[in-house]
Design a protein around this ligand. Structure first.
Ligand code: HEM
Length: 437
């Protein structure tokens, strides 16, 4: 039965509504909104947005009734001019076709092949560090994530060109930053953020042109070869090949780099857990770096990855728009309603997690009784992250390879806060001192 009234709205400020709190401290704001209920209505300048933070409601939206929701215009606007023909922005039958075309690039066999190269790339990266080196941890993990991805995606060595990819991701994050000065201007006024965005897109386009040149369908065993084969069969246009490549380059490095940096922050604070990972490495790894086949046996490392993604989910939330009127939690939301599912809130909810703020990788070996959708770093349902298995494998193998070679002593410059954008990026400078094993 549906109720006539609307969900509760947490208090906000005149004009800017709930936007101000989010732009100041996004995770604190999301946590305080959830105190008002599993479904709340938020007011932002010019629009309202429903935040959904109960696992059963999340399951309804992302899984059971997924066909009554799609991605919203905000997600399409974010990627406009760069991923218009990619799976990330497509809806309906077009999205199904693009998703089907990408699928063969992420089968278990393919992931197994990428796995061995992931550890080789990580070993090469870490072997450049000397005892006592001081690293910008965020920058280092981003460069590593781009190199890891480039190898599996296009079989290329992008050393020295990581910044082109990183600058485009920065421009996307800036576009969605709630604090950006242009946020309240009409779309046609070019802001510095827009100009930076266009410049970085041009450079990324040139890089992608180079990657596409001289490639033939069937050549290589990377993601690009799958895209080109789909083009040969007539399943993908060349614009779709190009935009999906760009989409994968961006979606595929931002979150993994964020997760690797979080894992090192946590391990640096929890020496006992790092010691366990080193012991696991010594017990499991035969050669001078892990092999893809050893992935399954790296149980503790896999649990550290899981726990890192619980405490520090790299994305701020999953966005959806209702395509019909829907009833949620007894309230009727009209077609066109915008919804948002914040992983941070679900992952730290005391109803489902014992001692939720504690970094406790062993919880994954102990208690498993919790609702399925209390943990969704990669979202859920048919539209969940296509790179989820790739990322789990990459993060585990890269972390194990690093742990086998170095320990990092991490210092965060001040209490951790996050950028109010599509990605939960720490705002502080984070330095790491290298100790070689
Ligand atoms: C820690 C790593 C990662 C996290 C936490 C993550 C998280 C997510 C989330 C939350 C979504 C939104 C899903 C939805 O709307 O329901 C998504 C979508 C996507 N991700 Fe990931 N991701 C990660 C790594 C990757 C990697 C490595 C790749 C590619 C190699 C990738 C490619 C994509 C693509 C293409 C989409 C759009 C899928 C679609 O709309 O059908 N991601 N990811």
């Amino acid at each position: 039965m549906s109720r006539a009234d609307s969900p509760p709205t947490p208090p906000g400020l005149p004009l800017v509504g709930n936007g101000w709190a989010f732009s100041r401290r996004p995770v604190d704001a999301m946590e305080s909104w959830a105190d008002h209920g599993d479904l709340v209505e938020l007011r932002f300048p010019g629009q309202s947005l429903y935040m959904v933070s109960g696992p059963d409601l999340v399951e309804q939206i992302l899984v059971d009734q997924h066909d009554r929701f799609t991605i919203g215009p905000r997600q399409q606007a974010t990627f406009e001019g760069i991923e218009d023909h990619a799976v990330t922005t497509a809806t309906g039958d077009r999205w199904k076709r693009l998703r089907r075309a990408l699928h063969p690039a992420f089968t278990p066999d393919r992931l197994q092949q990428y796995g061995d190269r992931m550890t080789a790339v990580t070993a090469r990266f870490v072997d450049d560090w000397a005892e006592g080196d001081r690293l910008d941890l965020t920058a280092a993990m981003r460069a590593l994530a781009v190199q890891l991805l480039a190898d599996s995606l296009v079989g290329a060595d992008l050393r020295g060109e990581e910044d082109v990819v990183i600058a485009a991701a920065d421009a996307l994050v800036a576009r969605t930053n709630f604090r950006r000065p242009g946020q309240l201007l009409p779309d046609w006024v070019p802001t510095p953020t827009d100009r930076r965005f266009r410049r970085s897109v041009t450079e990324l386009d040139e890089l992608v042109d180079g990657l596409l040149a001289d490639r033939e369908a069937g050549a290589g065993e990377d993601v690009l070869s799958v895209l080109l084969e789909a083009h040969e069969r007539g399943d993908l246009s060349m614009a779709e090949v190009r935009h999906n490549l760009v989409g994968l380059l961006l979606a595929g490095h931002e979150s993994p780099s964020n997760a690797l940096a979080s894992a090192w922050r946590l391990l640096s604070d929890h020496g006992d857990v790092l010691d366990e990972l080193v012991a696991e490495y010594d017990a499991v790894v035969d050669g001078d770096r892990p092999t893809a086949a050893e992935f399954e046996a790296l149980t503790r490392t896999r649990n550290v990855v899981r726990e890192t993604l619980r405490l520090y989910p790299p994305t701020t939330g999953v966005n959806r728009m209702a395509t019909t009127d829907v009833t949620l939690d007894g309230y009727t939301l009209s077609a066109g309603s915008q919804l948002f599912v914040p992983q941070w809130v679900l992952h730290r909810d005391e109803r489902f997690w014992t001692d939720p703020e504690r970094f406790d990788p062993d919880r994954w070996a102990r208690d498993t009784t919790r609702p399925d959708h209390a943990y969704i770093p990669f979202s859920a349902g048919p539209r969940a992250c296509i790179g989820a298995d790739f990322a789990r494998r990459e993060l585990t193998l890269a972390l194990a390879t690093m742990v086998g070679r170095v320990a990092l002593d991490v210092e965060v410059d001040g209490p951790l806060t996050f950028t109010p954008s599509l990605s939960l990026r720490p705002e502080q400078d984070i330095t790491a001192t290298v100790h070689r094993r």
